[in-house]
Design a protein around this ligand. Structure first.
Ligand code: CMC
Length: 429
């Protein structure tokens, strides 16, 4: 590996430092390029730009590797609880038994949401998308806890905000669903663990208890772990950039929820099920839809296929596919959409268009089928992703803050008009 990169601009050679990560990933440090040469770099979509150094998640898209703080995602998904993984991402190490107990106890202590916030829900139309409701509610939390707005970022206050966020997000998420049904809200139950509590708030009614099924709890725990972090991406970078202005953590997370909502990011899980349903209703002709996805004059894309960084396979999709088979079998669910999904995957993987472009099923391809089997409504799928991704967003925000990173402020190449004079409205053509 070279220690310096050379760049020749206007016949002059400039040395640029090379930065190497702990997995031998190399980057050219261009942070002083403009100061020394007057040039900036351009990289729409940040496809080739390292926005930060981070010790949280390692991802190798070519080899299909994903690790949180060094631990392979396969081991965490098979053995850990979501609370352990949240602790690992945020505080850097797996908790010992006492640390885990204290963390879980603190989360349980903060699950209630201020009663005044319940009134906000009443103002939303029943058809309000729960992601819109969730991001507004999270943003509103900052107004209930003004100490969180203090930019001095005292670690005790930050820690309290972190615990409040993890504790309250499932309550707000379940209430946004109950609100859409115009059903009474169910309060959190602190005897239950994190996943059980969420399911109970979603599905129990004052008239009927919800029977917690360990198969469902286990599947949910796994899905949340698989979504917990994914290094730099649209929503995570949003959280970091919003936080870099010293905006409070609630506002930064609320912005992340908005970014996640888009169909090219977390919103894809909802779109996958809608697509499978459309293909099913249309008669299940998978080849026809694959052809549509390949047609450049047709805006249709195979949702749940392709990834900015995974160019071999998405390791999360591998785990989810297996979990999907297990869950459907254990719950005795026979979903025709699963057959369509399997056919689609097979046809697409054998097709040159998809092979040449390295388009493989991503994490969202199978997660929707599991959520459907768990009776989670389609519009809530991206909300589930947000609950899973929360510890990752928090860990990234915390790292950015603790490293004292500067405010995010990209440059641009201006392509508009040159200088011109103002013309009075009466004289304009
Ligand atoms: N169906 C058909 N063609 C596709 C698809 C697809 N799903 N994805 C990419 N392509 C084609 C695209 O048209 C382009 O072809 P060409 O080179 O001929 O112009 C080529 O593949 C490269 O695509 P791109 O849009 O330049 O790649 P990107 O890295 O900018 O986008 C992506 C990545 C995930 C946005 C994109 O693959 C996509 O839109 N997938 C469907 C949405 C989806 O499933 N999103 C969830 C991502 S996983 C969850 C998460 O972490 O957010």
């Amino acid at each position: 590996m070279s220690e310096k990169a050379k760049i020749v601009l206007d016949n002059k050679e400039h040395d640029l430092p090379v930065v190497t990560g702990s997995e031998n990933e190399n980057a050219i440090d261009i942070s002083k390029l403009r100061a020394s040469t007057g040039y900036i770099t351009i990289d729409p979509g940040y496809k080739n730009t390292g926005a930060t150094k981070s010790a949280i998640t390692f991802l190798d898209g070519e080899k299909g590797i994903l690790r949180y703080r060094g631990y392979p995602i396969e081991q965490l998904a098979a053995n850990a609880s979501f609370m352990e993984v949240a602790y690992l991402l945020i505080y850097g190490e797996l908790p010992n038994a006492i640390e885990l107990q204290l963390f879980e106890r603190s989360i349980k202590r903060h699950t209630l949401v201020h009663e005044d916030m319940k009134r906000f829900f009443e103002a939303y139309p029943a058809k309000a998308h729960p992601m819109g409701v969730l991001s507004s509610m999270v943003s509103s939390l900052a107004t209930f806890y003004p100490e969180s707005q203090n930019p001095d970022r005292n670690s005790e206050a930050v820690n309290l905000t972190i615990h409040r966020l993890i504790a309250k997000l499932p309550t707000l998420a379940a209430w946004s669903y109950k609100n859409s049904m115009r059903h009474p809200f169910m309060y959190p139950h602190n005897k239950l663990d994190y996943c059980e509590n969420f399911l109970n708030m979603m599905f129990s009614m004052p008239t009927e208890d919800y029977e917690i099924d360990p198969v469902i709890v286990d599947a949910l725990n796994k899905l949340l772990i698989l979504h917990a972090d994914h290094e730099q991406n649209c929503s995570t970078s949003t959280v970091r950039i919003v936080g870099s202005s010293q905006a409070n953590l609630y506002s930064s997370i609320s912005a992340g929820i908005c970014a996640l909502w888009g169909p090219l990011h977390g919103g894809a899980n909802q779109k996958v099920i809608e697509m499978l349903l459309k293909i099913h209703i249309d008669g299940g002709n998978v080849d026809k839809w694959v052809e549509k996805a390949k047609d450049k004059n047709d805006p249709f894309r195979l949702m749940g296929f392709g990834h900015r960084v995974y160019k071999n396979f998405d390791p999360r999709a591998k785990i989810i596919k297996k979990s999907c088979d297990d869950v459907l079998e254990k719950l005795g669910v026979n979903d025709p959409l699963l057959d369509i999904a399997k056919k689609l995957e097979k046809v697409a993987l054998e097709d040159d268009y998809f092979k040449e472009r390295n388009l493989y099923p991503n994490v969202d391809f199978y997660s929707g089928i599991i959520y459907k089997a768990l009776r989670i409504p389609t519009e809530m799928f991206t909300v589930m992703f947000a609950i899973g991704r929360l510890p990752g967003w928090i860990a990234q925000w915390k790292e950015m803050t603790e490293n004292g990173e500067p405010i995010g402020r990209p440059r641009q190449i201006y392509t508009g008009y040159n200088d011109r004079d103002y013309v009075d409205v009466s004289k304009r053509k």
